[in-house]
Design a protein around this ligand. Structure first.
Ligand SMILES: NC(=O)C1=CN([C@@H]2O[C@H](COP(=O)(O)OP(=O)(O)OC[C@H]3O[C@@H](n4cnc5c(N)ncnc54)[C@H](O)[C@@H]3O)[C@@H](O)[C@H]2O)[C@H](O)CC1
Ligand SMILES: [K+]
Length: 217
């Protein structure tokens, strides 16, 4: 996927923000399906995964969903596109915290902490938030890869999210197996030529939709 991202950006000029916004919108559709109008807590990290979660929070707020964003770091530690996504939510007056203390259990937790950028066992606040989500006895929806699970091998080097559904982007990651709940693939408009360039056999799976349910055989 890193190669897909790199070729899409370098060879075609598709921007990270364009892909992130499509990820966030597709994630929001899955959120509507799972939250049924109930409250939502978005757990967001500091990378591209977190950025998709912040875009989702914006769509929810624009539809008067009760949404709270919990960042796994101080906003000042954010940079680039993710910092801009955060700033937008700030200006919209969306509640943003960096802790889960006494946080009411929501109808749905959106896990946008870590995607394919996992390096080693989860640590720090990220780990604490995953433990909170796992103990919250509520529905969890993960963006791209359940946080804590290795996208390539499916290994869980430490704590990990075990969601009801995973909304994975562009291609199903080889590490996504039965621990990732239902699997939905989201289109983020990667040009098909990218896959040819990288040598990945690819038949566009979306038809006239922008997401498609996958079954793991
Ligand atoms: N083409 C695509 O598939 C696109 C995917 N997108 C999303 O972006 C992420 C990949 O983004 P990246 O910034 O490379 O990494 P992550 O956000 O997955 O992770 C980095 C994030 O995680 C923290 N972290 C890493 N390891 C640990 C750990 N052991 N403990 C605690 N925290 C950890 C790190 O600090 C960073 O905050 C991909 O999954 C998709 O969701 C793009 O949005 C668009 C293109
Ligand atoms: K995630």
């Amino acid at each position: 996927m890193r190669d897909v991202d790199r070729v899409a950006i370098e060879a075609y000029g598709l921007s990270l923000l364009q892909m992130m916004e499509q990820a966030g919108r597709g994630l929001t559709r899955e959120t509507f399906a799972l939250a049924n109008g109930g409250s939502v807590v978005v757990l967001a990290g500091g990378g591209g995964n977190g950025g998709g979660g912040l875009a989702c929070a914006r769509h929810l707020a624009n539809r008067s969903y009760p949404v709270t964003v919990v960042l796994d770091r101080e906003p000042a530690a954010l940079s680039g596109v993710v910092a801009a996504q955060h700033e937008l939510l700030e200006r919209m007056g969306i509640p943003i915290r960096t802790d889960v203390t006494a946080l009411e259990t929501p109808a749905l937790v959106v896990d946008a902490l870590v995607g394919y950028g996992l390096e080693g066992p989860l640590r720090g606040l990220t780990r604490e938030f995953v433990q909170w989500a796992e103990n919250a006895e509520t529905t969890v929806l993960s963006l791209d890869v359940p946080s804590g699970i290795d996208a390539t091998t499916g290994a869980e080097p430490g704590d990990a999210v075990h969601p009801a559904r995973t909304f994975t982007l562009a291609l199903p990651k080889t590490g996504l197996r039965d621990t990732t709940g239902e699997l939905v693939l989201g289109d983020i408009s990667i040009p098909s030529g990218v896959y040819e360039t990288i040598g990945i056999p690819y038949t566009p799976p979306f038809g006239h939709e922008f997401s498609v349910r996958l079954t793991i055989t």
